[in-house]
Ligand binder design. Structure first.
Ligand SMILES: Nc1ncnc2c1ncn2[C@@H]1O[C@H](COP(=O)(O)OP(=O)(O)OP(=O)(O)O)[C@@H](O)[C@H]1O
Ligand SMILES: Nc1ncnc2c1ncn2[C@@H]1O[C@H](COP(=O)(O)OP(=O)(O)OP(=O)(O)O)[C@@H](O)[C@H]1O
Length: 588
């Protein structure tokens, strides 16, 4: 159905091809999961299937890509629209109408679907994606996850034979992600739709995949095959596979269910090993990093936050979780003064952010927004980093060093617009981390990040909390919350509905539980590094067990720091083989 013949793609002005030697065929009626390190070329490959590459991006595509027999280089995206539906990484950029309902209908209108059919499909899709209440809403006034749902819905209504989706669940809350994936699987099984989907959070998707297509990077050829077989040799692996490797299970499990069936022996081995206690809550400094008292916030005329109470101490890492539209981003934006509280009191590092000049505010708090583009203004990565160092009064080179540490191989001359999703996020993170304000706010900070980059981010943030910085992150990534947060705050409908130690909150609901917690329940393990540490045959003298959030090899005094040392520097995201769980005495 989708065929690549010796495909190579070079972007304008690029030194090296973004794709090389892709020669394979994806058969009809299967769900293929596209995986690989950040910046390796996944979006480029998807773009070549729907024609955006090279028609809209420019550059030179050699070889041939055909979809249902049509050559995507000689057919423009419009001429492929009756066959291929595409959901991109940035929904807002692809929206063509103003409201939710219009957007769901637009694709069908352009394909000439009869009005009664259109009406029926719009209603079905509104229900399917939980959008019924939002049908008249302006697209720009939706939360990130709500926008992503609309983007997916607008493509589903056209019933394409081929569906191409780029990280389609990256902004979705865990239950919504499951629903979307179940819908895609039903299309594949019932209608024979061909689905090609790129995703970093393999723990969410791999059990739905018929095949996995791996772009390993570093000049190695793509690998297409059975999911378990491909992931066994893949540089990117979900926690369930990491745990399987650690325990020596063969074949490797792909789902929590498979793993649970095999976990008896591992449970026994772990036996009496103490589950590491939650990290010591840091001493409360006289000035809390965040203090919200009965805070209410409106957006437009809509009340969005109600009576929010929240206190975050210096040195704490707090994860905000909760459904799409619950108010997480609004809360973070309120903490940097972008929204003014209509009631209650907001204090950040002792000041009211809505009444503080931006320059002064920078010294107290920094936000990495949900869309990192909102933070980036310079023409090049290098320029952005220099400006960040200047604004923050940091030593020259600070920001650039952070970029290299999080994701090696990003060229300083690249325009931020031309970065891959993960590369751009890393740049925005580095800009804010370079300033190292007392309070760091991260809104969904893992989109586009491979496991290795995520682990390095955890290490960087951990070091900052260790130095007394407070971190609040809004995230749907339950694995990240388990690794990074001391505390989890759950929001619903603009209110705080739960607030407690990570281990307690995430295991209280299957929606928030990380894979390891599900596999080894009722014991309290949350992450692979914790389990690896407990199994390590000879713990070094004086080594403490890792707490949630610690990265392998990031123990005090161990000097191995960020677990990198991978930098292949080829722009392929390089860091391919240091995912969490390695180097911890993996007693497989
Ligand atoms: N429009 C463009 N112009 C120039 N270079 C680009 C452009 N788009 C992407 N690139 C480069 O091509 C490479 C592959 O990017 P791509 O977005 O395909 O990666 P990806 O695997 O999807 O990454 P991620 O996991 O971060 O989403 C990157 O090095 C990126 O900087
Ligand atoms: N500009 C706006 N005008 C009016 N309402 C808005 C606006 N932006 C967001 N909202 C609404 O405010 C509510 C909270 O949105 P917010 O972005 O804070 O949610 P969130 O918890 O961050 O969601 P997500 O997980 O999807 O990112 C949602 O119902 C959203 O539709």
């Amino acid at each position: 159905m989708i065929r690549f013949e010796q495909v190579e793609m070079v972007y304008p002005g690029a030194m090296a091809p973004a794709l090389r030697g892709v020669d394979l065929e994806l058969p009809e009626g299967e769900l293929t999961l596209l995986v690989g390190p950040s910046g390796v070329g996944k979006s480029t490959l998807l773009g070549a299937v729907c024609g955006l590459v090279p028609h809209f991006t420019g550059g030179t595509l050699t070889g041939r890509v055909t979809v249902a027999g049509r050559d995507t280089r000689t057919h423009r995206p419009r001429e492929l629209a009756d066959v291929v539906g595409f959901v991109g990484q940035d929904p807002l950029a692809h929206f063509v109408t103003g409201t939710v309902e219009d957007e769901l209908a637009y694709g069908m209108e352009s394909l000439g679907v009869p009005p009664p059919t259109m009406r029926r499909r719009v209603e079905e899709t509104l229900d399917l994606l939980g959008l019924a209440e939002l049908r008249d809403r302006a697209l720009g006034d939706l939360s990130g996850g709500q926008q992503q749902r609309v983007a997916i819905g607008s493509v589903l209504t056209t019933h394409p034979r081929v569906l191409v989706l780029d990280e389609p669940t990256s902004a979705l809350d865990p239950p919504a992600a499951e629903e979307v994936l179940a819908v895609l699987q039903r299309l594949v099984h019932d209608l024979g739709t061909t689905v090609l989907l790129a995703e970093h959070r393999l723990e969410r998707v791999v059990q739905y995949a018929d095949r996995v297509l791996l772009l390993p990077g570093g000049g190695r050829a793509p690998v297409l095959g059975d999911p378990a077989a491909v992931l066994a040799g893949s540089p990117v692996r979900p926690p369930v596979v990491e745990l399987g490797r650690l325990a020596g299970w063969s074949p490797l499990p792909l789902s929590v269910r498979d793993a649970r069936r095999r976990a008896a022996g591992l449970r026994e081995r772990l036996g009496e090993a103490p589950v590491p206690p939650a990290r010591r809550t840091p001493d409360t400094s006289p000035v809390p990093a965040v203090s919200l008292r009965s805070v209410g916030v409106r957006r437009g005329r809509r009340p969005v936050l109600h009576e929010v109470e929240l206190e975050v101490a210096a040195g704490e890492a707090v994860a905000l979780m909760g459904r799409n539209g619950a108010g997480k981003s609004t809360l973070l934006r309120t903490l940097v003064g972008m929204h003014r509280a209509t009631s209650g009191r907001v204090a950040v590092d002792g000041i009211d952010p809505a009444r503080t000049a931006p320059r002064e505010l920078l010294r107290h708090v920094g936000l990495v927004p949900q869309d990192p583009r909102d933070l980036l203004y310079a023409e090049t990565v290098g320029g952005e980093c220099e400006a960040a160092d200047r604004d923050a009064g940091a030593a020259p080179g600070t920001c650039r060093a952070l970029v290299d540490r999080l994701l090696p191989g990003i060229d300083g001359g690249t325009h931020p617009r031309d970065l891959s999703e993960g590369q751009r996020l890393v740049l925005a993170l580095a800009v804010v981390l370079a300033a190292a304000p007392p309070l760091l706010l991260l809104d969904e900070p893992t989109r586009g990040l491979d496991y290795a980059a995520k682990a390095r981010l955890v290490a960087v943030v951990r070091r900052l909390t260790g130095e007394g910085h407070a971190v609040v992150l809004a995230t749907h990534d339950v694995e990240l919350a388990a690794e990074l947060a001391d505390r989890v705050v759950v929001m619903a409908e603009g209110e705080v509905v739960a607030d407690g130690p990570t281990g307690e909150v995430v295991t209280a609901s299957p929606a928030f539980a990380p894979q390891v917690a599900k596999i080894l329940a009722p014991a309290g393990w949350l992450t692979v590094p914790q389990v690896a540490h407990a199994l390590a045959p000879e713990p070094r003298p004086g080594a403490r067990p890792p707490a949630p959030g610690d990265e392998p090899g990031d123990e005090p005094g161990d000097g191995s720091g960020d677990g990198s040392g991978d930098g292949s520097g080829d722009g392929s995201g390089g860091a391919v083989d240091d995912a969490p769980g390695r180097g911890t005495g993996g007693a497989a």
